[in-house]
Write a protein that binds this ligand. Structure first.
Ligand code: ZN
Length: 530
């Protein structure tokens, strides 16, 4: 089979052809690029006695050990860990390769030198978000930027973009994938995109100014932020009748949030807006999109690019691949990346409907799709299921309940200790900005019932706020991601310090407090998730 088919017909190949071509492409990629030029994988394969030819089928993939985020973190022995994952060809070895010599003879040395530069020299980077550790840089070469434009263009196509549309990219301007995927995608697709840089660059007012001026057909951004902007737009009587679509990414998107975005858009004079979600992550250097569907229809999932990425779904406990359509953790392997390359990367993301190769019932593409909701394994393991007041609470579930509640606009869950005493009971305070004019007493009753039915707990308090106050609480415009879950509980170490050193009570209380902010992994992950 012609290997180019995987690219030229990425939307229409049958499953067996995709799988066969992917494994052939992976073998060539390992043989010519990864194993000779990646310090980490070159050594790892040598240690394990593996070569590119060890990978003959998808089943053989499991011979390649997983890579996790921890593998990329710096340690005293490896102060520049991420560098070991960068494809770095040895110039002298390269110029001795027969195909390079031939190319130099035919096209001239300087032209070939230029081509090698654009393939291998890192010229751009994005980095992972979490605040828990140093962000990990992912380097891009010109070749990767061309692929970023290609995946961006495809994302626009899958989302149903048209060239005469006007779009507003409200993702935060930072070294994060989302902003750049939208930027390069718009350029490659050939459509008007105004990039505002998000709340940190222009504030909410700046976004509204752009909405008034540009009158966009499409808004692109993180769901919580887009929600805030639209809510403010409604309060200020902004009109945006051309609006047809809202494309969201960077966070997961419960159905309730989609409905609220649609209802806010209707109040701007745009009654027929569909909401399309995207899924991307730093390590993939790409985002994948849903195709448009009616608000009452289930999502058809994220459409993958089989020529650029090989996805597996594995049992998060055993690491064993699971059958098609089965929930599990997403594992990613690139097929054409340069710069920073990770093989069999465990994303920590759980997909509850698994991977399917069936024809998309909405757009008809046969590209592989990830179906269902995506949630973070790490969140479930480390904090998403947490003991509050002695009861296990699943925050994923709780978030869905709050987002699905039609009367709740923005919200934040705050965990505290009673009187801020680390030995005291946990308290859960729910901060809410109402979405409409429902009486507070009625909403308190409804929220207590809904939360009790999902989590078997009651919030200690429900505090109502204006939209402005809520924006401050969530850090809209000052944080890259809005804070939806905050943990203000002091740690147990804090408690020990208080007991052990009563004479310096206030000083150790402060340091315990500081310590809890810095070292409490739960607190960190809450912030990361928010
Ligand atoms: Zn589709």
């Amino acid at each position: 089979m012609n290997p180019k088919l995987l690219t030229t017909r990425w939307q229409s190949l049958p499953e067996n052809a995709i799988r066969q071509l992917q494994i052939e492409k992976l073998r060539g990629y390992l043989r010519h690029l990864v194993l000779p030029f990646s310090p980490h994988y070159g050594e790892l394969f040598r240690e394990l006695g593996l070569t590119a030819d060890s990978i003959r089928s998808l089943d053989d993939l499991r011979r390649i050990p997983f890579t996790t985020k921890a593998d990329l973190l710096n340690t005293p022995e490896h102060p520049q860990r991420a560098k070991e994952f960068v494809i770095t060809p040895d110039q002298r070895a390269l110029v001795r390769k027969p195909n390079i010599i031939l190319r130099a003879l035919v096209r001239g040395r300087s032209r070939v030198q230029q081509e090698l530069e654009s393939e291998f020299r890192p010229i751009f980077m994005t980095s992972t978000t979490g605040r828990s550790a140093d962000p990990i840089p992912f380097l891009f070469t010109r070749h990767d930027l061309d692929n970023l434009a290609l995946t961006g263009r495809r994302t626009f196509e899958v989302c149903g973009a048209k060239r005469d549309m006007r779009m507003l990219n409200m993702f935060p301007y930072a070294t994060h994938l989302a902003f750049w995927q939208a930027y390069y995608g718009g350029e490659a697709f050939g459509v008007f995109v105004a990039s505002t840089g998000g709340g940190k660059v222009l504030g909410t007012e700046g976004q509204l100014r752009f909405i008034r001026k540009v009158q966009p057909d499409v808004l692109i951004g993180m769901p919580t932020f887009v929600y805030h902007v639209l809510h403010q737009a409604v309060e200020e009587n902004v009109r945006c009748e051309p609006l047809k679509r809202i494309v969201i990414g960077g966070e997961k998107v419960p159905d309730g949030m989609r409905r609220k975005l649609v209802s806010l858009a209707a109040q701007l004079g745009a009654p027929k807006v569909d909401v399309v979600a995207t899924y991307g992550f730093t390590e993939a250097k790409a985002a994948f999109a849903e195709c448009p569907r009616a608000i009452d229809q289930p999502s058809c999932g994220y459409h993958l690019y089989p020529d650029l990425a090989l996805f597996e779904v594995v049992d998060p406990k055993t690491g064993e691949p699971v059958p098609a359509g089965t929930p599990g953790e997403l594992v990613y392997t690139p097929l054409d990346a340069r710069g920073t390359v990770v093989l069999r990367y465990r994303t920590g993301d759980l997909i509850d409907g698994g991977l399917t190769y069936a024809r998309c019932p909405s757009c008809g593409r046969t590209a592989p799709r990830l179906v269902g909701n995506i949630s973070r394994v790490a969140e479930i393991r480390e904090m998403r299921i947490d003991k509050i007041k002695g009861t296990l609470v699943d925050f994923n579930e709780l978030e869905h309940v709050l987002d699905d509640c039609a009367h709740v606009g923005a919200w934040q869950i705050e965990l505290r200790k009673h009187n801020d005493d680390p030995l005291e009971l946990d308290e859960l305070i729910l901060h809410v900005a109402k979405h409409n004019g429902v009486p507070e007493t009625q909403l308190v009753k409804e929220l207590n019932e809904r939360i009790a039915s999902c989590a078997e707990i009651h919030p200690n308090r429900i505090q109502f706020h204006s939209s402005d106050e809520m924006r401050t609480l969530q850090g809209v415009g000052s944080e890259l991601k809005e804070r939806k879950l905050v943990d203000h509980r002091p740690t147990q170490t804090g408690a020990a310090a208080l007991v052990a050193a009563p004479s310096v009570f206030s000083a150790s209380a402060v340091s315990a407090r500081r310590k809890s902010q810095v070292e409490n992994p739960v607190s960190r992950d809450l912030e990361n998730a928010a």
